[in-house]
Design a protein around this ligand. Structure first.
Ligand code: KG4
Ligand code: ZN
Length: 309
């Protein structure tokens, strides 16, 4: 089954062709360089860029594949920036009308969950625990089956990717912060030299809170003697350990057969390493499918269709 996946919810424009969870064509234009100078994504600019990028990607796609051979067209319906989503929806609807192929609207977060199935032999056995860690979300789910998805914990303030971006802006004026801090951590982490940061205490043990780290870092960064790179390492270690501890708690309580990590922050090396230690069937996406992409949207569409058949 050949499914086109279209993603435009945030600042990545992506179209992928996926056949039974194997990625055949993967096209993506990241807008990071455009939004960098504003220190974050500007929704209005993102929408305009998606409009231009879809034409570029469509031309490239047509060179590699005859669109008449498609079976389905899937696109991100929600959540995301309204204008950016609208661009993807219009693009998908135009293709669907022209090619006379059925449309499958997909929830972006389902896309992240099923991204772990792309290009590998991974299998989800239920019940499963899924952690989505991205720029817009930090959600912990209990999946009793494909149709029965319950949220058991979520952030009460910033999303984890958002706080990586904010801390990076405070310390280095660099955006996006996740990959940048990840890189610093890789070269400079030294457990003996870490600064102490405090975690939030929350009523629901599966909930998250990240904005307190941002405030602590902001205050500490005023001290001229602080080593900013070591502070960034301390932040990454503390935040990831916090997320891992919540996932551990959920594993103890729900005894899942599979655990899933996804979302842009799942590209983080230390998080990937620690997550894989938690369970014998711990699934993480291949790096190219961790941040937003069209292939994960097609993967979710494939799983949705499998349910019906
Ligand atoms: O899932 P995603 O591509 O977009 C949203 O749906 O939000 O996630 C983007 C987020 C950004 O906040 C970015 O800083 C973060 O993922 N990110 C990372 C890494 N790569 C991307 N965070 C930590 N470590 C990384 N290596
Ligand atoms: Zn995302």
């Amino acid at each position: 089954m050949k499914i086109l996946g279209i993603e435009s919810s945030h600042d990545d424009t992506s179209i992928s062709l996926v056949e039974n969870l194997d990625v055949i064509i993967h096209l993506k234009i990241s807008q990071v360089d455009i939004h960098k100078k504003y220190g974050g994504t500007i929704p209005e600019i993102a929408s305009r860029e998606h409009y231009n990028n879809f034409y570029i990607l469509l031309e490239e796609l047509k060179k590699q594949f005859d669109l008449n051979d498609l079976d389905y067209i899937s696109y991100t319906e929600e959540p995301g920036f309204i204008g950016a989503l609208q661009m993807g929806k219009l693009f998908a609807h135009s293709l669907s009308k022209t090619l006379k192929k059925p449309l499958i609207p997909i929830n972006h977060l389902d896309g992240h969950i099923y991204s772990v199935l792309l290009d590998n032999e991974n299998k989800i056995t239920y019940p499963a625990i899924a952690l989505i860690a991205s720029g817009g979300h930090t959600n912990l789910y209990l999946l009793n089956s494909k149709e029965d998805k319950k949220i058991i914990g979520q952030t009460i303030d910033d999303a984890v990717g958002e706080v990586f971006d904010k801390v990076s802006r405070i310390l280095f004026n660099v955006f996006p912060g996740g990959p940048y801090i990840d890189q610093i951590f890789d070269s400079k982490f030294n457990n003996a030299q870490m600064y102490k940061l405090n975690d939030a205490k929350l009523k629901n043990p599966f909930d998250f809170s990240f904005s307190g780290y941002k405030t602590q870092i902001f205050n500490m960064s005023k001290n001229e003697n602080i080593d900013k790179e070591l502070l960034a390492c301390s932040f990454q270690k503390q935040v990831i350990d916090f997320i891992i501890s919540k996932t551990k708690l959920a594993i103890e309580k729900f005894n899942p057969k599979t655990i899933i990590l996804s979302g842009g922050v799942s590209a983080n090396k230390y998080l990937r390493q620690e997550f894989l230690k938690l369970h014998k069937n711990a699934l993480i996406p291949k790096l190219e499918y961790a941040t937003d992409n069209g292939a994960m949207i097609a993967a979710a569409a494939f799983e949705k269709l499998k349910n019906k058949n």
